[in-house]
Design a protein around this ligand. Structure first.
Ligand code: ATP
Ligand code: MG
Length: 139
C-alpha cells in the first residue's frame, strides 16, 4: 500500500465547540500522522479560493462565510491509503447520513457545519496541500 498525504481542516464549528482534541484523537487512533499544521482564520477570499470547485452552487456563499467565520485548524496527514481512509473516518457530508462512530456523526451539526474537511482524491489533495503549504512534498 502506498504512503499518501492528504489535507484536512477542523472547521470553525468544531473549533468553537471544543472538538479539535477529540478529532485529533480519531486521527491518532487511525495512525494518521500529522506532518504539517496551521491555525488559520481564513478571509472570505481564501475560503472562496479553497472551495472554488463549488463556485456557482447554492450553498457557496453560505459555505465560504462559515469557513471564514472563525479559527480553523489545517493539517497535512500522512499514512497508508490516507486519502480514502480519512474520508471513511469523516463520514457522509450530511451528518444525518453519516455512519455511527464517524467524526461527522459524532461532532457535526448540519450538512454545512460538518466539523471536518478531507481531500477527496489524489489530485484534490495535491491542490489543497499546495493551497496552504506551498512547496512541501506531496508524498
Ligand atoms: P469537504 O469538501 O468539506 O471535505 P465533502 O467533500 O463531504 O466535504 P462537498 O460536496 O465537497 O462535501 O461540499 C463541501 C462542503 O460544502 C461540505 O463539507 C459542506 O460544508 C458544504 N456543503 C455541501 N453540500 C451542501 C449543501 N447541500 N448545503 C449546505 N452546505 C453544503
Ligand atoms: Mg469535498
Amino acid at each position: 500500500m502506498r504512503i499518501e498525504r492528504t489535507l484536512t481542516i477542523i472547521k470553525p464549528d468544531a473549533m468553537a465547540a471544543g472538538h479539535a482534541g477529540d478529532i485529533i484523537k480519531v486521527f491518532e487512533a487511525n495512525q494518521f500522522k500529522i506532518v504539517f499544521a496551521r491555525l488559520v482564520n481564513l478571509s472570505k477570499k481564501e475560503a472562496e479560493g479553497f472551495y472554488a470547485v463549488h463556485r456557482g452552487k447554492g450553498f457557496f456563499e453560505s459555505l465560504t462565510s462559515f469557513m471564514s467565520s472563525g479559527s480553523a485548524l489545517v493539517m497535512v496527514l500522512e499514512g497508508e491509503n490516507v486519502i480514502a481512509r480519512l474520508r471513511e473516518v469523516m463520514g457522509a457530508t450530511n451528518p444525518a447520513n453519516a455512519a455511527p462512530g464517524t467524526i461527522r456523526k459524532l461532532y457535526a451539526a448540519s450538512i454545512e457545519r460538518n466539523a471536518v474537511h478531507g481531500s477527496d482524491a489524489p489530485e484534490t489533495a495535491a491542490f489543497e496541500i499546495g493551497y496552504f503549504f506551498p512547496g512541501i512534498a506531496l508524498v
